[in-house]
Design a protein around this ligand. Structure first.
Ligand code: ASP
Length: 433
């Protein structure tokens, strides 16, 4: 039966959650939903986050330690970062082309602009402050931050994923150099640890339809708290902007990921690729968080796409932190939209600046809900567009965050497939569904 398949159950959970959320706000059940339904969504995301660090550590140590020489690792690392950079630049370019051709900002009525700016002016401050902190940092701080001074401190924050990746690689390399019986023993330990975590991911995913239901219900109630009607009215007012972004995101997936996949896959159909990662995409959509979705992305990519763990355990955690094509595309569209709406003409040099800053800002954004809009402030400042302009798009950001996160996750999966194909690390997928 089709509805027994996990991805359909997640879709059903998602739709029922939306419908329930709407009914709950119409019938005044919001308090009940917030108190008794929403927490299950929170528990579901927390469970996924809980296993992210142990999963990355175990699978990456086992993956690195099983490589016989470290040159392979540096080759794979270089290739991964390069492909990530290229896809991000493509995403920004597609976003820029779409927003310059469609010009959604020109159609925003003057009155809507004034209302939006008045309504959201307060909410901008905290975002600007967070962005200011990022801008005040040194050029090489991103490198300095890679190295944690205390492993346990690093492991307590999912935002420190790159530090965990660093420690895991170091430990893996240590095991390669140590070698012998002791080395083999450690590889076995990490391997088994990794296997048990995969079993736990499976268990958690069994609850995904309920988790997603609760997440969506909670989200609708939260939005309705500030007046769902208003949010929908906003979505309509900002319809051209939202549609421009959606077109750009879809184009990016169709042009860049699909052709990349087609070029490198020998016998797998494109539809199989999307089917394989569908639960991860749906989860990205419902959680708006690449980091929270990571365990599921890893599982699907390994089992259903046949990407070797050696590749996925490195490419995916790094991708969840630095590769955000959906986010960079969004930043390009949003920045130009705001400039258009404020009647500012952007020069070619400014548009090129967006390519640079949106690429960097998406790398710097964490894989959590709303990270993209904080980093958008950085992009706006670099092209001298007032950061206060984010007031125009704040109201619909949560919904668009869901869409861009789905693209972020799809990008990580596609790149891991390509890296595996070029490294000869693809095998027959274990599972069809
Ligand atoms: N929510 C996105 C992610 O986790 C980041 C963003 O806000 O764009 O991938």
């Amino acid at each position: 039966m089709w509805y027994k398949k996990l991805h359909w159950q997640i879709v059903i959970g998602l739709i029922l959650g939306l419908i329930y959320g709407l009914i709950s706000s119409v019938t005044g059940l919001n308090d009940f939903t917030t108190e008794f339904i929403k927490p299950f969504g929170t528990i579901f995301i927390t469970l996924l986050k809980l296993i992210a660090v142990p999963l990355v550590l175990a699978s990456l140590v086992a993956g690195v330690a099983s490589l016989n020489d470290t040159t392979k690792l540096s080759r794979m690392g270089g290739k991964t970062v390069l492909i990530y950079l290229c896809t991000t630049i493509f995403a920004v370019t597609i976003g820029l082309l779409a927003v310059n051709l469609i010009k959604p900002g020109n159609s925003l009525p003057e009155q809507t602009r004034i209302d939006l700016q008045a309504q959201y002016s307060g909410a901008i401050e905290s975002r600007s402050e967070s962005a200011q902190e990022v801008m005040n940092r040194g050029k090489l701080d991103i490198l300095v931050d890679l190295v944690p001074e205390n492993f346990f401190a690093a492991a307590t924050e999912n935002a420190n994923m790159l530090q965990i990746v660093f420690v895991a690689i170091l430990l893996g390399i240590g095991i390669i150099y140590m070698g012998g019986e002791k080395g083999a023993f450690l590889v076995k330990v990490f391997d088994s640890f990794n296997d048990v975590i995969i079993v736990i991911v499976d268990l958690i995913m069994k609850t995904a339809p309920y988790g997603v239901f609760a997440l969506m219900a909670g989200l609708i109630v939260d939005l309705a708290g500030d007046d769902l009607g208003k949010a929908i009215a906003l979505l309509v007012a900002l319809g051209n902007y939202s549609i421009t972004l959606l077109i750009a995101l879809i184009l990016h997936v169709l042009l860049v990921y699909s052709s990349m996949f087609k070029f490198f896959s020998k016998n797998m159909k494109l539809s199989t690729f999307f089917k394989a990662i569908r639960p991860a995409m749906l989860l990205g959509f419902s959680t708006s968080s690449s980091s929270a979705t990571l365990p599921v992305t890893m599982e699907r990519v390994e089992k259903n796409l046949g990407v070797d763990e050696e590749v996925s355990s490195f490419v995916l955690p790094v991708g969840a932190t630095i590769n955000m094509d959906g986010t960079s595309c969004y930043q390009a569209v949003a920045a130009v939209f705001i400039a258009q709406a404020l009647g500012l003409d952007l020069t070619l040099a400014q548009q090129l600046m967006i390519v640079l800053t949106a690429t960097a800002a998406s790398i710097g954004a964490a894989g959590v809900p709303g990270a993209g809009i904080v980093m958008l402030v950085v992009v706006l400042e670099s092209i001298q567009v007032p950061a206060a302009g984010i007031a125009l798009i704040l109201g619909v950001d949560r919904i668009l965050d869901m869409c861009r996160t789905t693209v972020n996750i799809t990008g990580d999966a596609a790149v891991s497939y390509v890296v595996a194909a070029t490294e000869g690390k693809l095998h027959e997928p274990e599972l069809e569904d």
